[in-house]
Unconditional design. Structure first.
Length: 261
């Protein structure tokens, strides 16, 4: 954990409760495009620790990013906070947050999951099963595919704007290309269901999303969010759009304040 970078935002002088954030793919903790930059106003009342997962942002890589390693890193960071911390995860970071919270629930004050990629929770759902069959048919990426090629296919290829292919962005994409598939994870839901702290699941409605993107990613993520919320007894918050914390930060931040309060 010593080499895992954390961006710290704290306007409380150290008096605010700590909150640990774990990001998803193609990004890093304080990224404007897909990360948690829009959550910075929360630092007025809380001490925010934005993790760069291994191979992302300012954290060294490990050859292959892995949700189990990410969960271990989060557990270690939680253990360093007096009284534990609130925990927030988006996408793949949401999966790591669920694993960490399940391993050491005593270190968690609350859990917020933004469209978590915990597909084992929705196993059997027709939309999720169709996604798993689709990805199983995909051949391995040829060595000739560059991170910029992959970024373009994953954004413009699905009707989305492509972010500027900076060095940091392409490094994040390269890590995402090698990341251990999240559908291999098996999340133990019982420790989350019986935990004494509250859980919030945030999901976009995906209105306004390009249809290819909604079909490819949105519908499985909606099914997953609904399944996770039902399985652990969480509040399910639906907000317009498809990147809740970046497109609707006022609503998401208000829900986080309520959760932490």
């Amino acid at each position: 954990m010593t080499d895992v970078h954390r961006t710290v935002w704290d306007e409380t002088g150290g008096a605010g409760a700590p909150v640990v954030f774990a990001h998803s793919v193609f990004t890093w903790g304080d990224d404007d495009a897909y990360g948690f930059a829009a959550q910075r106003p929360l630092a007025r009342r809380y001490r925010l620790l934005l993790v760069d997962r291994r191979g992302y942002g300012r954290t060294p890589g490990t050859g292959r990013s892995d949700f189990d390693t990410d969960a271990d890193d989060l557990v270690e960071l939680l253990a360093r906070q007096e009284g534990g911390a609130h925990l927030v995860g988006h996408g793949h970071g949401g999966l790591a947050a669920m694993l960490a919270a399940g391993r050491r629930p005593g270190l968690v004050r609350s859990l917020a999951l933004i469209q978590p990629s915990a597909f084992s929770a929705s196993a059997g759902h027709p939309v999720v099963e169709a996604m798993l069959r689709r990805v199983a048919r995909n051949p391995p990426l040829p060595d000739s595919v560059t991170p910029e090629d992959y970024l373009r296919a994953s954004t413009e290829g699905l009707g989305l704007p492509m972010p500027e292919p900076t060095e940091r962005r392409l490094r994040a994409v390269a890590t995402s290309m090698r990341e251990r598939p999240v559908w291999e994870a098996r999340v133990p839901l019982e420790p989350l269901r019986t935990a004494p702290w509250p859980t919030l699941v945030v999901c976009g409605t995906w209105e306004g999303a390009p249809e290819p993107y909604r079909a490819y990613a949105g519908e499985p993520l909606i099914a997953c969010a609904e399944a996770v919320a039902g399985a652990v007894g969480a509040r399910l918050l639906r907000v317009p759009g498809y990147y809740p914390h970046t497109q609707r930060p006022a609503e998401v931040n208000a829900a986080l304040r309520e959760l932490w309060g």
